[in-house]
Design a protein around this ligand. Structure first.
Ligand code: GH3
Ligand code: MG
Ligand code: MG
Length: 328
């Protein structure tokens, strides 16, 4: 391709190729492989000098040379892919590419672009003569996509957590507990399940008011979560002032120790209960069940919960503010 031919072509696409929101670039690879020409839209997109006609690929191409690092700053893998895509064009491994990439511009704003390129001409040996590409700013679309994703996650977490305490809700607990129980049996891991109920909470509400009651429910929930804080520990609001916790746990001793730890942690919060016969502060009754799948292969998860619940009942009738545990 001779230079004159390219100049004619460039004039034509400059005249007719002005699409709003779309940048284009062209490289006369045969005569001048180190420079690209582009439209005003692309100059504007990437703050290139509006009075220049052509630009150095190495020094000012927004997706190549030195500027590739602006993409790499946002996403190193994509930056490598863009470089590889371009090499594929040059080495005659492909005639076209399309990629999307994030880009931190000179104002430190994060933008997103979609870029496509085509080899328009090769010589008979396959060497590139002319490359043309388009670039679109898709930042708004990307931002919208991200907003939708955030909304989706928010909705998901709303349907899985209890709005007052932010613990899992009962439905989600049952689903996750099912997986945990299965995993325990499959991997021979021991489990501890605890049902917990605040003592004399009706009286607390009656003397302190429902709103204070809500605050206390939140504090108790937070306290439970702070003691059972590993990622796989399941803590849920089972209903009203009742909670359930299920954890992988190595031994009945460790399990029992964790329950004592919770009792102490709650005591240290010193949430005054002006009308409780068992303590000056808010207390919990706990019913626990420790499960070793090695010895009890045929046990069901429902039975485990039921047993913990029976123990909670026992703790209540033993005078409250107590812990009752059994092993299986
Ligand atoms: P026990 O020691 O036997 O458990 O006595 P209790 O008073 O805690 O148990 P009871 O089942 O008689 O009462 C539970 C109370 O928990 C009554 C109810 O108003 C209160 N409660 C349940 N859910 C909420 C809530 O979301 N907010 C508030 N503030 N109170 C709640
Ligand atoms: Mg209660
Ligand atoms: Mg209750």
């Amino acid at each position: 391709m001779i230079k004159k031919e390219f100049d004619e072509l460039y004039k034509l696409i400059r005249k007719y190729g002005t699409f709003k929101g779309m940048g284009w670039w062209v490289i006369d690879y045969c005569n001048d492989p180190d420079h690209f020409y582009c439209n005003d839209e692309m100059k504007h997109m990437f703050s290139l000098d509006p009075s220049s006609k052509k630009f150095s690929i190495e020094k000012s191409c927004p997706i190549a040379g030195e500027y590739n690092k602006y993409i790499a700053e946002a996403d190193k893998k994509i930056a490598e892919k863009i470089f590889a895509d371009y090499q594929d064009l040059l080495q005659n491994r492909s005639d076209t590419y399309e990629n999307s990439f994030p880009y931190i511009n000179d104002k430190m704003e994060k933008k997103h672009f979609n870029s496509q390129a085509h080899v328009l001409k090769r010589d008979p040996k396959g060497n590139v003569l002319l490359i043309h590409g388009i670039i679109q700013d898709i930042t708004r679309e990307k931002e919208l996509e991200q907003l939708i994703e955030i909304e989706k996650n928010r909705y998901k977490s709303l349907s899985e957590t209890d709005p007052l305490t932010q613990l899992l809700n009962r439905r989600k607990f049952e689903e996750l507990f099912s997986h945990q129980f299965e995993a325990a049996n499959r991997l021979d891991k021991k489990l501890g399940v605890i049902m917990l109920d605040i003592d004399y909470f009706k009286r607390y509400n009656d003397t302190m008011g429902h709103q204070k009651g809500d605050e206390t429910l939140k504090k108790v929930a937070k306290c439970i979560r702070s003691v059972f804080s590993r990622q796989n520990d399941l803590c849920a609001r089972y209903g009203g002032e009742e909670f359930v916790v299920s954890i992988f746990c190595d031994s009945p001793e460790v399990f029992s120790h964790k329950l004592q730890e919770l009792k102490t942690a709650l005591k240290n919060l010193k949430i005054t209960h002006p009308n409780s016969p068992v303590d000056d502060c808010v207390t919990l009754s706990m019913g626990g069940c420790f499960y070793d799948p090695h010895t009890r292969k045929s046990f069901t998860k429902e039975r485990l919960i039921r047993k913990a619940d029976e123990n909670l009942y026992q703790a209540k009738s033993d005078g409250r503010n107590t812990i009752v545990i059994c092993n299986f």
